[in-house]
Ligand binder design. Structure first.
Ligand SMILES: [Cu+2]
Length: 319
């Protein structure tokens, strides 16, 4: 953090666009304020009590056509802003294949991050410069909001909901990370920082972390200890789908819908298996809600993801 500055650094590829939308809205709103204020002043002087200004009926052009014209012009102008801002929002959801996936969990009152290589951090995040990053956001208790102003990133972490945020950091530095949703007594202490560093520095930082199993390897272990493998590896009496390769691919469901097996789907399949039952299978999978810790869930999801795209990013987290 480099002292006080009235201008936020633009440290992500979307920051400039976000600022442009904000500036555009301010200018549009400012012009309207000036126009309306000027008309109020002009009219209140011109038509003050006792003034000789003409008060007869307006010609049709001014009374109708102009009215319709400016109503539609402002509608179209603001629909344009809506479309622009929505497109910007969608870029935050759209991830690049092979992006570095970091799991971020909000809980009272901290942010916990888990890297594909199994490294963990609290209230701090490290990301490599110029590398597409995808955050998978969850909350363990109440609604929090992951907010990094310098990257123009903000998304709620909602219990029971898995959301993602994609970005590419474009400026090295350490930037504040906030919780932007009042979440209890110590909400104001739910602060952290995000460090954007050169890929070599990032790789050095990763290797300096306490070495553990990668998330996927820890997940493979959980897959056995929770008994998932008993059904899903085709050894038991139950017929269950093979999970190899499902991540990122469409899954046909028993009710005829098709759903992409993303983090949210896999997580929901574990916590609430009756919600989306895979087509051709009996709804016999037990719910693991309340029996499985948040970190075990993250590891299981990472394991199932690793069965599909066995990239270097998912194994070691090295860019
Ligand atoms: Cu919070």
């Amino acid at each position: 953090m480099n002292g006080f500055s009235p201008w936020l650094p633009e440290a992500s590829h979307t920051a400039f666009q976000t600022d442009l939308i904000f500036l555009g809205l301010c200018i549009a709103a400012g012009l309207i304020v000036v126009l309306v204020a000027a008309l109020i002043i002009v009219f209140s002087v011109r038509y003050r009590a006792g003034s000789k200004a003409p008060r007869h009926k307006l010609p049709g052009f001014l009374a109708r056509d102009l009215e319709i014209g400016w109503t539609f012009a402002t509608l179209i102008a603001f629909l344009f802003f809506f479309g622009w801002a929505a497109a910007q929002d969608f870029t935050l959801l759209h991830s690049v294949p092979g992006a570095l996936t970091i799991h971020v969990m909000g809980k009272q009152w901290m942010w916990k991050a888990e890297y594909p290589g199994g490294q963990r951090e609290i209230d701090s995040l490290h990301v490599p410069l110029g590398t597409p990053v995808r955050l998978v956001l969850n909350s363990q208790d109440v609604i929090h909001s992951f907010y990094v102003p310098a990257l123009r990133l903000k998304r709620d972490a909602v219990p029971g909901l898995t959301q993602t945020l994609s970005f590419t950091a474009t400026r090295a530095g350490t930037y504040p990370l906030y919780c932007a949703e009042f979440c209890g007594t110590s909400h104001s202490h739910m602060l952290g920082s995000i460090t954007v560093e050169e890929p070599e520095d990032y790789a050095r930082w990763l290797t300096a972390q306490p070495q553990g199993d990668s998330l996927a390897a820890a997940g493979a272990e959980r897959f056995r200890s929770f008994g998932c493998s008993g059904c899903h590896m085709g050894r038991g009496p139950v017929r269950a789908p093979d999970l190899t390769g499902i991540y990122g691919h469409p899954v046909p469901l028993a009710d005829g819908r098709t759903i992409i097996a993303d983090e949210a789907y896999i997580r929901d399949s574990i916590l609430n298996p009756k919600k989306d039952v895979a087509s051709g299978y009996a709804p016999v999978m037990p719910s693991f809600a309340g029996r499985i810790s948040e970190s075990a869930l993250i590891e299981l999801v990472a394991y199932i993801r690793s069965l599909a795209n066995d990239t270097a990013l998912n194994r070691g987290g090295q860019p």
